[in-house]
Structures are given as structure tokens and as C-alpha cells.
Design a protein. Structure first.
Length: 413
């Protein structure tokens, strides 16, 4: 079996995901995706005709984000029409999944050069009337697996795990602190590209979302959000609220301790990312110097009612596939969808916090759903190089109770 190498990674800055406020919100999603595709080709002096496929993650594939965004972004980037493209949806896990599928194609010898990544314009999807429940009113499925609102799930997990408001606020403050330091020290500079408007003017050249002034005191002043959501009627047929959907599966959860708010949950942003990936034969033929190789990849499902708990079993599964242990991994990236997800990940795996999300996470930087996973992989490779470390593990929760995971090994020196 061949190797799957990562040659390069790039991403946009994350723009605030609100119409009329975010610096990227006026752009078309496939145009935003085209910016990273164009950059990855130009940075590596690549003839686009040599790219076998573009695999893109986009979660909300509706309206302007529909119609196979990966293919449209490739055409918008000026790629030769021989370059095909496909777009996938594993909710928040779409970006990691695009890379994992590309790795599988390369290892199997089906393809030799693939660009994997993703794009999401949350400023656009926020304007849509999306289904309130993930089953899209499939009542047969709902009877089997009630799937509540994600923030209510996060608070349910915090309650069941004994994770307090102080715990999640402390993680959020640390995320902001680490992101601010990473930006000040230029740790993202190698991967970050400037997003330009079609007329060539600069749309965004820096991270727009971070709030480095965040403190425990400022977070203490924020009201929790999901206590208000919990009691909203989610199922008009049964009259169940979002909270009752969870309690139907977990009757021992007699009361919720609500701990999440805007300051300790992932930010709503726009963004895109791309990784140039290649087989061993292609690397040797072109004389390329890979930055990393894919050691192992895995997918994991968990309870869809609590929805956010799959990253820990996914990490254990990918470690077993790689023949590695937690102690072998130098750095971890766990997406901060909600602070409780990262907090539980650290506790369950008994990790040293100095090895987890060392440059901050989605609480500080934002979470452009379909692109985040690819962004985290690029960030991981940059950081492994900066610290002269070897192995990095990246995972994230995804709606429906899922988590993809990947382990990369740094090769460049």
C-alpha cells in the first residue's frame, strides 16, 4: 500500500459570520473556496491538470452552498476542467473526512494528487430556515434516536460529567490567551492566505473573530443561552421540548446545570482551507518534499442523543489503528465546538493540557463548519514543525453523534 503525504496546507483567516458585519460575508461560498485552491496551486508551482480530484467538505449544502461546491470552487479557481470535484457532508467533521478520504484514495493507488479541504459561509447559512432537528422530521427515526439541540446536549453532558461553569469558562479564557499569543508570534503565518475580492482589493488578511481581552470576570457577566432553548417545544407531535428529548433517553438527568454561553462556545465564522496531498509515486516523480504523512484515520459513532461524545472513542480507535498510545502523541487538536467537548476530552484521556489546542481553538478563532477540520490539520503540521515534534492527533465531534480522527507524522525538517 502506498503512503499518503501532505505537501502543503493553506487557509483563509476566519471572518465574522454575520451579514453586514463579517469581512467575508459578501463573497460567494464557491468563490471563497476558490481562494484556497488557487493559493495551493500557486504556492507549489503546480499545473492544475495534474490534480486528480478536489474533495471538499461543506456541511449546509443548500442555496449558494449547494451544487457540488468543491467542483464549482475548482472551476472558479481557474483549474483546468479535467480536474473533478466532490463535496461531502459529515457536519462538523466534514473537513477531516475530506482529508481522510483523500488519504484512502492515495494509499489505495486510485489517485496520485488530490486537494482536500472545505469551505463554509456561516454568514449565509445563518439566513436560512434550516430544519430545527437533525432528523429533518423523520418521526420514525426520532422515536428511535431523539436528537436535541447541540447546545442543550453540551449542557446535559456538563451536568452528567460534573463539569462546572468555572471549568468551561477557564478553558475559554485559555483558548483566547493561546490564540492571541499564536497570532502575535506569527504561528499561523505559513498557512494563512490573504482573501481578495474579485477586483483584487483585500477582503480579509487577519483573524477577525478573537477577543483577546476576555477574562474570567467578563465571561462571568454573560448569561447562559441554552436554558432558554431547552424548554422550547421541539416536537410538535409529542409536545417534547429539547430538554425532554434528552431526558427521554436519560431519565436520570432530572435537572440541567446550564454552563454554556457565547463566550465558551465556538464562534460563528466564514472560512475555507485546502491541503495538497500526494502518493509516494507522485512525490518521487516530482521530487517533492512532503511536510507530513497520514499515519492512520478512523471514524466513530456514539450516542446521537448526547451527540458530542464521540471524539474520545474516535481518538482511542485511531491510536489503536496506528499502534500508538496517548503518550506517543506530541500534540492534540480537539475542536472546541463547546468548551465541555474539549474539557471532557482532556479529562477522559488524562492529557497534559500543554499538549492540547496549544494555539487556541474554535472558541477564540471560530468554527467554519465544513472547513474547520482541514484548518486544524494544517495548524497541527505548522505546530509540529515549530516545536520539532513528531506525531499529532486531530479529532472533533460531529452532529448525529460522530467523530472522525486522524494522526499525522511530521516529515519536514
Amino acid at each position: 500500500m502506498s503512503e499518503a503525504y501532505i505537501i502543503d496546507a493553506c487557509r483563509t483567516p476566519r471572518g465574522i459570520g454575520k451579514q453586514g458585519k463579517g469581512a467575508l460575508a459578501h463573497l460567494h461560498p464557491s468563490y471563497l473556496g476558490s481562494t484556497v485552491l488557487k493559493a495551493i496551486v500557486e504556492r507549489n508551482g503546480l499545473d492544475s491538470r495534474e490534480i486528480d480530484d478536489v474533495i471538499f467538505g461543506t456541511s449546509s449544502q443548500v442555496g449558494k452552498q449547494s451544487c457540488d461546491l468543491g467542483r464549482m470552487a475548482a472551476l472558479n479557481a481557474g483549474f483546468d476542467p479535467v480536474v473533478s470535484g466532490v463535496t461531502l457532508d459529515r457536519f462538523c467533521g466534514s473537513g477531516i473526512t475530506s482529508v481522510n478520504l483523500a488519504a484512502g484514495q492515495l494509499k489505495a493507488g486510485f489517485e496520485d494528487c488530490i486537494v482536500a479541504g472545505g469551505a463554509e459561509m456561516m454568514s449565509f447559512t445563518a439566513t436560512l430556515n434550516m430544519p430545527p432537528i437533525l432528523d429533518a422530521d423523520n418521526f420514525d427515526l426520532r422515536a428511535m434516536h431523539p436528537q436535541s439541540q447541540q447546545g442543550v446536549c453540551a449542557d446535559a453532558i456538563a451536568t452528567m460529567e460534573g463539569i462546572t461553569r468555572q471549568d468551561v469558562d477557564a478553558l475559554a479564557v485559555e483558548s483566547q490567551k493561546r490564540a492571541a499569543q499564536a497570532i502575535a508570534e506569527g504561528r499561523f503565518d505559513r498557512s494563512l492566505i490573504v482573501v481578495r475580492n474579485p477586483d483584487g482589493s483585500v477582503a480579509l488578511d487577519h483573524e477577525e473573530f478573537p477577543r483577546p481581552q476576555t477574562t474570567m470576570e467578563t465571561l462571568a457577566g454573560l448569561k447562559t443561552v441554552f436554558d432558554r432553548v431547552r424548554d422550547a417545544v421541539a416536537d410538535e407531535t409529542t409536545g417534547d421540548t429539547y430538554g425532554q428529548m434528552i431526558q427521554r433517553r436519560y431519565p436520570q438527568l432530572t435537572a440541567f446545570q446550564h454552563v454554556h454561553h457565547a463566550g465558551n462556545s465556538s464562534g460563528v465564522v466564514d472560512g475555507a482551507a485546502a491541503l495538497l496531498m500526494a502518493s509516494k509515486a507522485y512525490v518521487q516523480r516530482k521530487g517533492l518534499k512532503p511536510r507530513a504523512r497520514i499515519v492512520a484515520a478512523a471514524n466513530m459513532g456514539d450516542d446521537p442523543t448526547l451527540m458530542l461524545n464521540a471524539p474520545v472513542p474516535a481518538a482511542r480507535k485511531v491510536l489503536a489503528k496506528a499502534g500508538l498510545t496517548v503518550d506517543d502523541i506530541d500534540l492534540f487538536e480537539i475542536n472546541e465546538a463547546f468548551a465541555v467537548v474539549a474539557e471532557k476530552f482532556v479529562r477522559d484521556l488524562k492529557l497534559n493540557r500543554d499538549r492540547v489546542n496549544v494555539n487556541g481553538g474554535a472558541i477564540a478563532l471560530g468554527h467554519p463548519i465544513g472547513a474547520t477540520g482541514a484548518m486544524l490539520i494544517g495548524t497541527m503540521i505548522d505546530e509540529l514543525e515549530r516545536q520539532d515534534k513528531r506525531y499529532g492527533l486531530i479529532t472533533m465531534c460531529a452532529a448525529g453523534g460522530q467523530a472522525p480522527a486522524i494522526i499525522v507524522e511530521r516529515l519536514s525538517h
